[in-house]
Write a protein that binds this ligand. Sequence first.
Ligand code: ZN
Length: 51
Amino acid sequence: MATPASSVCPNCQTAKMPHRICGSCGWYGPAKEGRVVIPQPTENEAPAEKA
Ligand SMILES: [Zn+2]
């Protein structure tokens, strides 16, 4: 029996298993410690303090 995914990744909106790591982006839902947010590398976050 296939268990239908009853959870949607809030990060990429992909249907995933609840309490499971998103197989699409690696997002992990509400953990026992709250929420585990995976910081994404922001290359556009460069300080624009170029005089
Ligand atoms: Zn995801």
